[in-house]
Structures are given as structure tokens and as C-alpha cells.
Design a protein. Sequence first.
Lengths: 659, 659
Amino acid sequence: MCGGPKRVDRFPDIQDLESSLPPPAMEPLEIHKVSLPERKKTLPALKNGLGEVFFPDDPFYQYKNRSFLRKLVLAVQYFFPIFQWGSEYSLQLLKSDVISGLTIASLAIPQGISYAKLADLPPIIGLYSSFVPPLIYSVLGSSRDLAVGPVSIASLVMGSMLREVVSPEKEPVLYLQLAFTATFFAGVFQASLGFLRLGFIVDFLSRPTLIGFMGGAAIIVSLQQLKGLLGIEHFTTQMGFVPVMVSVFSHRTEWGWQTVLMGFSFLAFLLITRQIGMRRPKLFWVAAAAPLTSVILSTIFVFAFKAQNHGVKIIGHLQKGLNPPSANMLYFHGTHLGLAIKTGIVSGMLSLTEGLAVGRTFASLKSYQIDGNKEMMAIGIMNMAGSCTSCYVTTGSFSRSAVNYNAGSKTAVSNIVMASVVLITLLFLMPLFYYTPNVILSVIIITAVIGLIDLGAAVGLWKVDKLDFIACLTAFFGVLFISVQMGLAIAVGISTFKILIHVIRPNIAALGNVPGTHSYRDLEQYREAQRVPSFLILSIESPIYFANSMYLQERILRWVREEEERAGQMTESNIKCVILDLSAVTAVDTSGIGALLELHKTLQNRSMRLVLANPVAGVAEKLHLSQAWEKLGSESVFLRVSEAIDAVSYFLKSQQAQP
Amino acid sequence: MCGGPKRVDRFPDIQDLESSLPPPAMEPLEIHKVSLPERKKTLPALKNGLGEVFFPDDPFYQYKNRSFLRKLVLAVQYFFPIFQWGSEYSLQLLKSDVISGLTIASLAIPQGISYAKLADLPPIIGLYSSFVPPLIYSVLGSSRDLAVGPVSIASLVMGSMLREVVSPEKEPVLYLQLAFTATFFAGVFQASLGFLRLGFIVDFLSRPTLIGFMGGAAIIVSLQQLKGLLGIEHFTTQMGFVPVMVSVFSHRTEWGWQTVLMGFSFLAFLLITRQIGMRRPKLFWVAAAAPLTSVILSTIFVFAFKAQNHGVKIIGHLQKGLNPPSANMLYFHGTHLGLAIKTGIVSGMLSLTEGLAVGRTFASLKSYQIDGNKEMMAIGIMNMAGSCTSCYVTTGSFSRSAVNYNAGSKTAVSNIVMASVVLITLLFLMPLFYYTPNVILSVIIITAVIGLIDLGAAVGLWKVDKLDFIACLTAFFGVLFISVQMGLAIAVGISTFKILIHVIRPNIAALGNVPGTHSYRDLEQYREAQRVPSFLILSIESPIYFANSMYLQERILRWVREEEERAGQMTESNIKCVILDLSAVTAVDTSGIGALLELHKTLQNRSMRLVLANPVAGVAEKLHLSQAWEKLGSESVFLRVSEAIDAVSYFLKSQQAQP
């Protein structure tokens, strides 16, 4: 440690000046030295840096100064949160969890069957996926509100990516193998993101692009349901808006009025109950029970009127029994391995984003914390285990988790209750679904995904940030008119570009003095701020990097030119000194330092001084290490803009005093 | 305009407090209002924003208030800089340009032949490429020192990319077609970058990664020359370090001692003259004349001793005559079009980077400006024209431009002189190269590319910035052990990642008061700075975006926890207020605002206040538009940290004063 506060040095060069020159009639200068941060050795600095990148939450914090046994207990509780809340579990909590568990089960069964069809998988896979993964999550997961199971977006993406290469009708076994394999890789990807603490990758789907992406995906999913809703037999296998509409209207002869009538009646029923549930949170159970009610009613209807003989398509035979093991179906070699891995990563990324967002939203409502990296591992392990027990990609679902929360779930036990109901269904109730019409599944999907279209949020984006709105719109149209994967790629691309453009073309503000203070602020923002004659004070609002060093050099020279023109018109004196306020320059690299030196030289040739104010620790260190500080002159770096002005004015006046 | 300085308002909530409470014994508060920037309409704001992105240099500036004729003259001079300097050209300048032109011609002829061989093209293409492009550049280009012609890196990349798909031995015509087509697309790419004012894309090759990339490429190129240097017949077509070394040592029987002896003698000669040229800039002509001298000497030697009959391979017959037209050889359809476009873009990008860097370097040495976008168009048009006259990719070469500069070139006329010498060579001197041994071309290439390995710069990176050094090293090893394109991709990827990581994991500094000022600075940087009891003042050094909003929230809460622990150990009072200094937060998006509100809520639950200081214009505007300002409370945003502390202290004291 270098320890202790340092002496506040006077400005050395001015001191020399003072002794050699007659003191001009000015108040004494108050100049503070710009300090360097303590020099760290390479290894500790690297360790610290890596720690900040990968362990920002300091996960080992609670293990400090504990006994070995306590450490062990904490570690077990860390990896299996059930041991944390399990010990405090009570009958009271159980009651709440049973109610919410039953409620989400009534949603999960019809949705499970529907989403499996969305991914072109046998309907029973959707039920399998609502049994094993929720059980695993209840042991490993740290959210108390997440309702785990198949979800629409991930189902859609998996189906559309696999179908591009393998036909589910012609090669059903290969298709199923690839779906399980993709699920396995999704799990591996998710768990490794958590294990390698790379959770920030998920943050790259920014909210605006997600709003657009989900809205577009919801419409794509709904359009796919036109097949079931209209009873069309020969439907396109493409996902885009245009081919689907063409397919719908070119097969008008296949539309069955019985199917259409039934579909739209139940759609109206579900939408109305959904509205009721949204308007009155207390009546959430109306919306929650509606899908199962529709399934029961429509099944009875078909059975009673033998509607299957009148063009209404039904699910048909479903196998009874528990999840069969599927580890032997994983596909680790051959031509389609790349496809399985790609599909796994994309659907894994999407389901992880949904699961984390849902978990965080409800955690924030109930004021508890969720550890993102741990949650990723939980979801990942759940999917890896799922892929070996005939499940496809699962995560926490937006719609069912909201119902779970409203139904008063307290812990992950609600998932166990739900899984138990699914278990009973799998063991005993499967034959009851024989007469369930396909159209009802389409209707359930449409009602579920409609909630993903968030018009209000899009309007909010337009108001606050036009660029965010454009990003949202681009993702939306990308999904709708190009493809789901392309929409996702566009979303990530735009998000990244938004960060980059901020560095490539940073904002520069001219500063002026706020009357009555020593502060200098943006002249455009603070209209009371006043320019300082002979000075051009610029604040650069970005790191100075290779990506903008050339730009900044040219742009600053243009500022000088424009400012001189302005000063000329106002018959003010010429610019004598350019002060760069580096408060917002949070980093600098070798190209950036080069640019500053170059600028210094150019301004010097034009009899102007370049002075820097308030470099942050990292920048000060780089200026020192690269010897740019010396090259600029030690009298060129100041703590504050006001001190820079004082010192340079003093210098200019003492120069004038000389002959 | 809202005009005029605003009244400096007192802090409203505090005023209310003052009237209702007995004034505590404190100095009066001096609080300034945080202003919003003037509200801009969407369209003008968009226009302004786009203008800053695409026209930062305000290129139409000089056309303002000029007559039409003057505008026309300026426009012609803009597009054809030759009309700018041409009118002031004198005999004195011509003398300098002739000397430097002759000097670079003596380099350009052997290098042209050598580089064409590096790209697996007929040697004559290298000479063609040293004739037309320099002439075009001398009319369009704005650099006075650039020596135009084929360069090593672009030749290497073009050769290695095309050879992966098409064999230059088996399908020479197709290969040549693809080379011209790639050159055409390189030109189109370069010119469009300039025309669309997207020059910043070139800045994405940061200096550290370029140093690594060029070092790696230089070694790859040198290794390829082992074929010629050792006289090996059956050489690998791969570029990587490992296959080349394997190939060299598995064909030891093919090494010819005559070739090796000749090669190493001339290599020693060239390296020594190179050293002389570098040590004594006045003797630059020794280094510059050495390659041509080697060619002449070795050719005479082979001719005299009939060395071609003793295993020394010679160039053989070269066609006499000027560049034949090749527009009919461009290939705009068929299976290899994608390859040609890809090769064009990659080699175009690399040659543009080299040309711009060389141009800027020498412009800075002579203190004149180069317009990047215009230069891109010049280089692009030059390559498009080149592709129609049997030339492949050309740009300003590092090595020859340095010689040009040292030889005293004054204007682009030196390029015209060089082209004239190449013209004479093409017309009359081609038979003289019949006996030139291939080994001498290899030696010339090795000597030329050795200068691209910049160990000193790498050491400098290590000293100033470890991350830059790692980026450099990764690009180096990527080129050496994976492939040239991969090395380039890695280089761009790392450069981009470096910008992103700075936003994903931003720096946060705890601030303290610098004694004797109202300034608050990083406690780690300024060891004299003092903590303010009951306050935690954090400066966030990055925009608050989707990519870090989750991180910042968690990290700030960890700061609070750690600070409370520290305060507990020092028996100080607890943290009552967290002040976020937003001076370095240069932007915020909807996710970032969400994070601030979330943090506000969390801290409130723990009886702490969240207060913001000094939001820049953009951030203040977003806080206002999203109504976050209101939600945080109007008494939560201050102009300066010191004012925030005064106001909150006042509030806390007056709370204590109450029962």
C-alpha cells in the first residue's frame, strides 16, 4: 500500500513561472494534482479483472470464515435449493402450493399436447415433458414461481429448424431422435453457460428486440394454427407470413365449416375468459380453467355427435404409461449432428432467456434474489435429464408462471403437484383424449401466444428511444417475413450494433460554466451555462478506442473550426486552448493515445494548447504508461476543468506580461 | 430556441421543508437545477444523428456561400485531386518525383513479379498491376507518398482463399478469371464503403490485432518461400505452420544445394542492405536498389553458368506487351461467384486497411490531411479499373511507400514515373527475365515481409495494455496455426469483444471528497480523497444498457453490502444514501432505466435513498421521457455530487430534528 493521503501539490510549472516572473494581479491558483491509481502487478490485476468478469456476485462470500461442516451445508443448499426452503416448509404453504399446482396442471396438460404438435412431435411428448422436468426443477431451481414445461417459442423454433432438413412425416424416428438430441445439446449449452459463468450472453437479447421477436413469433405461431382452425389438410411446411397466407387461400376448398365453427366458438370462449382473468386478477382461475374446460367440452361434443366423421380431425390413440427412457435415441454422429447442435443452441438460448426473464420478474415482485448462473445450470441439467426421458426442450413458461403466481404458489412444490397430476393423466387418463379435436389445440395455442404481443411496450419504446423502437420493429419483421432464426440473428445483431455505434460515433458536448459554481456542463443541456472566452471545452462521452480515434481527431478539429467561426462572428478572441474533459472517457487504448498525441501536435502547429481534465484511474494509468503524459507536458493534465482554466489563463496572462 | 440563461432555481422540496421546519444550524444550501436539453422533433433529431454518423467531417462545408462555378471547380478538385496540386506543379517538384519514381520502380518490378507468384498468378500479372493502378491513383488519390501496386498480404489472402476451391495448376483460366472477378468485387466493396461513408468499418481492425495479424501473415508468407528457397518440387498447397514444416522436412531429398546456396547468399545480401537502409535513412537507395541488383546479378549468373540445368528453376518465357483487356474474363454467374465475392471482400478490406494506414501515416509526417472516404473511393475505382485491364488487387504498399517518402517524393507524379518505367519494361525488357531464378523472387518476398513483424510494437502493447497484447497474440497464432482468414476473423472478433466487454462489465468506482474542493473522485486513484460518512458514492463508467443492467443492479448491491461491512468494522454509521455519479454514464436505454427503478425500490426497502448526480443530456432526457425521474422523486437528481450530499444531509438532519 502506498498509504495515507498525499500532499496536495501546487502546480509545478506554474511555480517555476511564479519565481521567474512578476506575479500578475490575480487570485492565487488552487491546483490539485492528478493522481495515478496504485500500480498493480500483472497477475493480481488479471485475477481481479477476471474475477469481476466471471464472479461479479462474489459467490464465495458466504463461505468466508465458516466451519467445514457449515461450508458443506451451504454448498449443498447452493446446488439444491430445496434443502434451503424445505426445512421451513409448512402445511400452510402446502395448501397454497396444491391449489396453484392443480391450477397450472389444468393448463399444462392441454398446452403440453398443443406445443408438442407445434414442434411436430407426437402429442404425448408434450405430456412427458410436463412430468420429469418440473420434478427436477423443483429440486435444483431457485425460483418459487416458475411453472416448468414446454413453451411456445422454443417449440416453434425447434420444429422449424429441424423440419427444414428432416421431414417429421417421412422420417418420424429420425426426427424424434434429432429432437431429443437437440434438447440434450440445449441442456449442455445452458448448463455450461451457467457453469462457465457466461450468463451475460443471454443479456444480449435486449428487451426491445425481444419484444419485437416475440410479437413476430406469436403471429407466426398463430398463423400456423390456421391449419387446425380451418381444417386444412395440405398446409405449407414453411413458416413465413407470405407462404402461409398463400397456402391458406389456395386451399379454400379444404376448409371445413364444422371445424371452423367449433374453432371460432372456443376461440371466443377462451379470449373472453382470458380478458376476465386479466381485468380481475381474483378471477384468474376462470382463465386458467378455460383451456381444460374447452378440451373436455369439445371432446364430449365430438364423442356425442361423432363429429370425426364430419371432417373434424381428432388426436386419436395415445399410449398410456410413464416416460420411456430415450438415452439410446440420442444421436451423436452422422450427417445431422450439426443440425441437432445448432437447433439445441438456438432453442436453448431462447428457452433460457424466457426462463430467466420469468424467474427474475416474479422474484422482483416478491423481493427475493435469483442467481442467474445457478438458474442456468438448473434449467440445463433439467433439459439434459429430459432428453434421456423422452422430453423435449422445457423452461419456465410466461403464461403458466403468471397463473401460478396469481394462484398463490409459495414454493417449487406447486411444480411437484403439477407433475403428480400429469403422472395420473399419463397412467390412467390417456384414452379420454382419443376424441379431443385438433382444432381445440390450435385454439389453445393462439390464446396462449397472443399474450406475447406487447403493443403497449412497443409504444413505450417509441416514446423513450426511437432507436430501440426501430430495433424492435426490425426483429418483428425479420421473424415475420424472413425466418424465425433470422429474426433472432437480426435481434442480436442490432443489439450489439447499438453498443458499438455509441463507441464508433461518440457524443461530444461543448461545456460552459454554470454560474455560481466551479462546474462546467453541456451548453445545450444547461442554457444558463456560459462559454469561457479563448477556451473550447469539450466533453467526450465514450472510451477513446481504435474504433473512434480517427473520428474523434477529425471531429474535434471540426469543433475548433466551427467554434473559431462562431467566435469570429461574435468578435470574441480566438481559441487559445482546447480542454478535453475526460470524465466520461472510461477507457483508452493505444490507438486512442496515439490520437490524443496527434491532436496535440496538430493544435500546437496552430498555436493552441491541448489540455486534459479529470482522467479516470484507468485512463490516467495508460497515459502514464505510454509516456503520453510526458509528451503532452506535465502541465497538461488537471483534476478539474476549472483548475485547467485557471492555470492556462494564468500562463496566458504571464505570457502577455512578457515583452 | 428557448433562449437565455435560466434562473438558477433553489431546490423545491428543500424549500418546502425549510418553511415547515425550524432551520437546523447549517450553512444555506446551494442547489442547482438539472436541466433537460432542448426537445428536438423526431425528424430533425434523426437527420442530425445520421449526419453525425455518416458526414462527421461535414464535407459540404467548403461549398457554403460559393458561386456555382467555384462550387464546380471545388467538386472537380474534390474528385480529382490532381487538379488541386497539378496547377502548382513545378520543375523542382518534378525532379524530386522522378528520383523517387525511379527508385520505387526498381523495387516494384521484382516485387510485382514475386507477389503475383505469391497469389499463384502468372508473374506478368504482377507487372500489369504495377502499371495501370498507379496511373489511376495519381489522378484520383489524395496521398502524396503512396506507392501503389500489388502487396504481400492481399496477394497471400487472395491466393489462399481461391486455391482452397480452384487449383491454379489444373484450371489456370478459371483461376485467373476468379482472381480478376475478386479484384473487381474488392474494388466495388472499397468504393461503396467510401461512397456510403462507411469508412468506420475499416477502423474495426484495431492496431494491436493488426500487429499480430501482420506478424503471423509475414511468417506464413516467409514459410511459403521455403519452396523456392530450398528448390522443393512437391510442396504442400496448405498455408498453416504445421503442414508447411511437415512438407519441408518430408521432401528433404528434393532440396537442391545450388538453389539453397544461391538463395541464402542473396538473402544475406538483401538483409544487410536492408539494415543499412534502416540505420542510415540517407542510404535508403542501397536498400531500395538491392532487389533489382539481385535480380540482375542472379539472372546473369544463371545465364553464364547454365544453372537451370543444375536444378535451379527459372521464370522462363514472359510475354511482351501492354496489359490486355480482361473485362470479358469477369465471372458474374455460376458456382464460384460466392467465392469470388468473399475473396474480393476480404482482400479488399485488407488492402484498404493497408492503403489507408500508409496514407495516413505519411500524411501525418508531412502534416497534411487525408479524407478517408475519398481515399476509399480512389482505391476502389483503381481496383475496378484494374480488374478490366488484367490487374489483380493493388493498394498503397507499406515498404515501397516508405522508400518513396525517403527518396523525397513530393506528389503522386512519382507513381506516374514508376508506371512509365514499368511500361518500358513491359514493352521491351521482358525477355531479360527469362533466366531469372525463382529462388531470387522468394528471397525478395522474405526481405519485404520481414518488416511486417513488429516486435517492438508488441512489447509496447504488453507494457501499456495487457488485453491489447493478448488480442495481438491471438491474431498472430490464429493466422499461424489455423488460417489467414480465421486469423483475420479472430482479430475483428477480439476488437469488437473488447468494446463490448467494457459495457458488459463496466468499471464502478467509489468516490470520496478531494480535500479543499467540492470535487468527488475515485478513492483508489486519489488516496487523499475522503469517504463521506453515511453516504456511498459510486461512479458508473459506462452506458447503462440491456447488456449490463442486470449486472449493475447486483454489483451495486454488493458494493452496498461490502461498504456496510467496512463501516461496521470502523464503527461508522450505516449507509443512509447511495449516490450514483452518472457523469460517465453516456447513455441509458429502457432496460437501464428499469434497472435504476428496481434498484431504487430495493434500496428503499432497506431504508436507503438512491440519488443520481450529473446526468448528461441524453440520460436526463431519457429519465424524463420514461417518467423515471418522477418515480425516483424530483429530489433525487442533482447537478453535482456535492449538492446531492448537502441536500440529503440537510434532509436527514431535519428528520432527526423531528420527534
